[in-house]
Ligand binder design. Sequence first.
Ligand code: NAD
Length: 423
Amino acid sequence: MKIKKDKDKLIVPDELTIPYIKGDGVGAEITPVTQRIVDKSVARAYNGKRLIRWKEVLAGETAFKRTGSYLPDETIDVFREYYIGIKGPLTTPVGEGIRSLNVALRQTLDLYVCLRPVRWFKGIESPVRKPENVNMVIFRENTEDIYAGIEWQQGTPEAGKFLQFLTSEMGVSNIRFPETSSFGVKPVSKEGTERLVRAAIEYALAKKLPSVTLVHKGNIMKFTEGGFERWGYELAEREYADRVLSMSQCKKIMKEQGEDAALDVFVKAWSSGKMVIQDVIADAFLQNTLLKPESYSVIATLNLNGDYISDQLAAMVGGIGIAPGANINYSSGHAIFEATHGTAPDIAGRGIANPSSLLLSSVMMLEYIGWNEAAKLITSAMEQVFARGESTVDIACCTPNRKALGTAQFGDAIMNLIDAEEL
Ligand code: NAD
């Protein structure tokens, strides 16, 4: 049975069909293990009253071999119809004119939030001193920015035409090497910013988190990244005035009425439990996350910044093998949960891939549909497995005294714990 939508709410049936893309490379190893664990946790949490039926849809190399298309229309139609889905990693086809399948999926379904929670599991080696302080959720804008794919290669008539437009119609005179330049366009809109920042604020308020930080490069790119900062603050001050403290407003009060007045506003807001909206320049943010990660909770940022930030934060808690992700449109309800790593061709077929990224993404999926009890069983089993020194080789190899398990063995260890979990 399918999810239905009633006004703004998703109605989730107890017997739920979820479309999935197995994925290329290690997808064939991590997807079945993930599905078995999810099935086990749902059965255990709801005593057979709830059930997932998996429906395979095609994308990537498998799709190309069977249908001649890397991303058949039917796959997108099924995700649209069933609202949610999960996917393994996909090979990005090499060749001009072929765009990343992940980007295509996100753009076609307008999945404007790339959601990346980052947390540390006790027992996993980390390059930072206090990994237990790394606990952030990244809201990365998914549809705009330099990732929109509007660019022209140096030497083409299009690049020449664009150069001509810039110089003769827009008065641009500071392109250092005009004849040998390629060009890209970075669209950042007020609507795009607002829906992303709104989603981040709603998430933080619902989970009673202390802050939302707008991460940007507005000091250099005044209208795009700077617009993101300004529109983000304006939205927070307009729509959430009673629930958030805007640091931009605090700064304004300090400038106009002095330090005492600003401190007064800050203390009042703090004591009434308001959530803080703050901002930080992206490069300072990357440095701060290493030095004082406890300063940050929910992060709202543009597409390119979000890409760098996601990978750095993932590396701080164990690497891409364990970083989950989802692409969500909070207005339409559509969401695709995904392994954030690639197809890992260097280890594919050897049975050693880490299924944690996809597994934690499935935890996000269970939480998204409100099946929190099943989600909790998986997370708690993973916590125990890591804490007792067991993991797949990507994590075991950098940690002394760890036991390296194969993909299936790691899955079995988690399933045994789910069976043993006291409910
Ligand atoms: P990759 O993520 O596949 O691999 C990078 C490194 O991480 C490799 O050493 C690999 O062995 C390791 N690794 C990745 N996933 C792992 C796992 N689950 N367990 C253990 N180790 C793991 O990146 P790449 O090699 O640059 O890309 C390979 C292919 O994947 C390319 O076609 C690329 O376009 C595609 N890709 C897809 C996605 C996606 O579908 N979301 C993301 C990134 C790359």
